[in-house]
Design a protein. Structure first.
Length: 166
């Protein structure tokens, strides 16, 4: 990265998406919840959550995923990652709801950039790649180059609410 060029501002990703997903399986002992829809999703929830017992295979969930990342350009950096998770249940009465918050901090390498579409692809320490959209109000994207290392802190919030199907 050019040391004299203006640095890319840190906030680059902010996205949300909503899915209707069917509960394929619930393992109440381990707290594993498998959902299927356009894509398959496996979640690990705290098995002590009272709302988990109200969710059954065949139930439909409205799953809303919010994701925001703070990315800062750095020189060098050894690929690494750390993850922290928290799961919160809604009230004991009424429609079961769950909220999962996952914060991942990693050093990743920029493997591709589409300046026109404002997309960057990052490769983490395990080789997993993730393409993210850079918001239009972020200036100096042109200072980020393929091969640069970046520090990314990604906060992902997943909200789940049962939707009764008639």
């Amino acid at each position: 990265m050019n040391e004299t060029a203006p640095r890319m501002p840190s906030r680059v990703i902010s996205a949300s998406s909503e899915y209707m997903m069917e509960v394929e399986d619930v393992d109440y002992k381990s707290g594993e919840l498998i959902l299927k829809g356009k894509k398959r999703m496996k979640l690990h929830v705290d098995k002590q959550l009272h709302n988990l017992k109200k969710i059954h295979p065949g139930d439909w969930l409205v799953v809303t995923i919010y994701e925001e990342a703070v990315i800062e350009g750095i020189r060098g950096g050894v690929p690494s990652a750390s993850v922290a998770q928290e799961m919160v249940a809604g009230p004991k009465t009424g429609v079961p709801t769950l909220k999962a918050v996952e914060v991942t901090r990693l050093v990743a390498k920029v493997v591709d950039i589409d300046y026109k579409k404002r997309l960057i692809t990052l490769e983490g320490p395990t080789g997993e790649r993730r393409t993210v959209h850079v918001k239009e109000d972020v200036a100096h994207l042109e200072n980020l180059k393929k091969g640069d290392s970046v520090t990314a802190t990604i906060t992902r919030t997943v909200l789940m609410k049962i939707r009764k199907m008639d």
